[in-house]
Design a protein around this ligand. Sequence first.
Ligand code: GDG
Length: 516
Amino acid sequence: MTPRTIDTKDDDHQRSDLVIVYHRQPYEEVEEEDGSIRLRENTSPNGIVPTLRSFFADVDHGAWIAWKQADDPSNPGFERHIEIQDAFGRYTVSRLPLTAHQVREFYMVTSKEAFWPILHSFRERYNYDPVDWPNFREVNWAFAEAAAAEAAPGATVWVHDYNLWLVPGYLRQLRPDVKISFFHHTPFPSADMFNMLPWRREIVQSLLACDVVGFHIPRYAANFVSVARSLFDVETTGRMRVEDALINEGTALTERSMVTGLLHDGHKVTVAATPVGVDVGYIEECARKPETLARMQEIRDELGDAQLILSVGRTDYTKGGAQQLESYERLLESRPDLRGKVRLMHVSVSANRNMEAYAEIQSEIESVAGRINGRFGTFHWQPVALMSRAVPFDQLIAYYRAADVAWITPIADGMNLVCKEYIAARVDCDGVLVLSEFAGAAVELDASITTNPFSHRAMDQAIAHALEMAPEERAGRMERLRTQVAAYDIRAWGDAQRELLERDPGAQSKTPVQAA
Ligand code: GDG
């Protein structure tokens, strides 16, 4: 169903049982030539927005809180609320009018220059001096007020990601009756790292006002608990053995048990680890379409007998794009037999073109890719195809199907959905996944070839191993990966969120660990 807006009087829209607070709007607005507004999917690469919209299918009425840039926030012509009807039902989008200055300070400076490096443990990139903390508070307060205005009595408010860290605390003051759940899409670092943030107490105090604080994997939950303990008097109220599905023996991010609840100032908080999955059914359907197969065949014809390695990610220093290209360069250097027999398609799409840190990494990637093509390329063979523009999703699925190897080696990554999309697309049960052990997904995907992006030797061996793997081993590993990705798909994640919200906050888990 094509999304459309419905006219309502600004103040008479229905209050909502589910309020999603996410910095970006669920659709982008495009102005047509006749001045009318059309809604379209966000062009920025991010798979989570459609998933969040799908939660509205389960409620009578929903609301989504986001910001929208306004040159003059007091302009009476600014449409504060729009009512959307799409395949998941009807919901209100409440837009906070933020000035370009507010957005820059809140999003690009505080969130991306100060928080993002700390969350991903890049201490040396942390830039705290330019942070305008009063602006960050102001923007978070505005999100909290908007959520409070939309929520029906006893509603659930679901807040997403670190740039809205202060929303739960403010919202608790405004609306003690609502249930608040907060989900982190990024890693959550250890106390040694997190406590570099001078605003640590304020942030954690706000998170402790939630009913549920969610993370992708047990390690991040454990880190949060240790941070909370370092800053406040908190008691733990439950502990559980981590389920086998989240234990990849010996890998860097695996935990064997985790705390499931905290008690702070008489308030119980459930701490949860629920890895985000992908829409396996939808991806499989796309992967089986005749158009996809035709495109896959074209790609394969163009490759001839060369193997295709595929690497996809946002342009970000956390994704390890340049380090990966350097590993590819070493591979071609040490293995002349592979020249002409392998191609790397490196998709690196920038979500924040005008930020210095990202422009820098983009030019580093371009420089290494250019060097590789210059050193090894011939008239007939280009070792790296670098794509800096987003590939349309249906095309991306065709590349997933055509790729012999998906090479996903972030330095740090909350989960990483690309590797799960690759597995979901491999309905033919073939293809090899090489995955960094510092991606959250590595704790689930134990049949991938895990590698350590900090080690040249580990990186180089992993890609060589993947290219040489025998067909039976490839099929065996892919079969296991496909079972894992299907078991924890996006619906399983949604069910887990619902279950957490219905549970008594901080309740003892069903599978307690024996006291030591
Ligand atoms: C954050 C966390 C966590 C990428 N290039 C293209 C394209 N994409 C799509 C992929 C995928 C999405 O973007 C990227 O998702 P990731 O999970 O890999 O990474 P982040 O953007 O960093 O997301 C991450 C995630 O939140 C969810 O919680 O997993 O750890 O950092 O869906 O397909 N899509 C299209 N063309 C591209 O060129 N169409």
